[in-house]
Write a protein that binds this ligand. Structure first.
Ligand code: AP5
Ligand code: MG
Length: 216
């Protein structure tokens, strides 16, 4: 049965980094609700302004909107053989919706938590830079680009520093994660659908473990 791979973990844990590798090497669509909303927020509409403000504050977008966007995206043809969810579900309501979606789509849910301690997370967020063209994720401390502040593949473009990656906003996001999202780990654990990986190691070492879990 095709799998819905749910990559879980606190802000900065490496969900995006690992999802991109899985997408590239296993041709599974990478569905990041954070990326989708950052894209949506670029428009000049009332909804875009609202999304921009919520994201910049480190708070959560309403379940209703997130659920709608995930439902629409996962109905596309490219999701038939499974897909990766990065940053979804984040609340109990979202997890309930995903159960129904999995039944409707005839897929099983496999949740993988990337575990990283909070002090490391803060540094990862502070150092993160992203290419606005291809979405490649860099880090000035752990994975610097070859030339200062430009993407290796798109040297004409300056890297982005996310608005919610300031120390103050990062703390709000970590708190939101603790309160609303961490309890979902117990939920998946109780139904034997949770695997945990130590996210403090080298990216490729973590990837090899995730790949083994996904392919087993
Ligand atoms: P989202 O974009 O999902 O952000 P997040 O959950 O806070 O996670 P991040 O993207 O910060 O971290 P990541 O785990 O992807 O880490 P990354 O691989 O980049 O959500 C943003 C906002 O959108 C939310 O706050 C909310 O407002 C809204 N939103 C999204 N989904 C929602 C939902 N379902 N419901 C409601 N609202 C929602 O890595 C981080 C850094 O570390 C990078 O610089 C990377 O290079 C580096 N790094 C990664 N792995 C390693 C490693 N092994 N060693 C050293 N460095 C590493
Ligand atoms: Mg991410």
């Amino acid at each position: 049965m095709a799998k819905i791979i749910v990559l879980m973990g606190a802000p900065g844990a490496g969900k995006g980094t690992q999802s991109r590798l899985l997408q590239e090497r296993h041709q599974l669509p990478h569905i990041s609700t954070g990326d989708m909303f950052r894209e949506l927020a670029k428009a000049e509409t009332a909804l875009a302004r609202e999304v921009r403000a919520v994201q910049a504050a480190g708070k959560l977008i309403s379940d209703e909107l997130v659920i709608r966007i995930v439902q629409e995206r996962t109905m596309r043809d490219d999701c038939q053989n499974g897909y990766i969810l990065d940053g979804f579900p984040r609340t109990t309501a979202q997890a309930t919706m995903l159960e129904n979606l999995a039944i409707e789509q005839g897929k099983t849910i496999l949740s993988i938590s990337i575990d990283v301690p909070f002090d490391v997370l803060e540094k990862r967020m502070a150092g993160r830079r992203t290419c606005p063209v291809c979405g490649e994720i860099y880090n000035i401390y752990f994975k610097p680009p070859k030339s200062d502040n430009v993407c290796d593949q798109h040297p004409e473009t300056q890297l982005d520093h996310r608005l919610d990656d300031t120390p103050e906003k990062a703390r709000v996001r970590l708190k939101t994660y603790e309160q609303q999202t961490r309890p979902l780990l117990d939920y998946y654990e109780a139904s034997q659908r949770l695997r945990r990986v130590d996210g403090t190691r080298d990216t490729e070492v973590i990837y090899a473990e995730i790949e083994k879990i996904v392919c087993s």
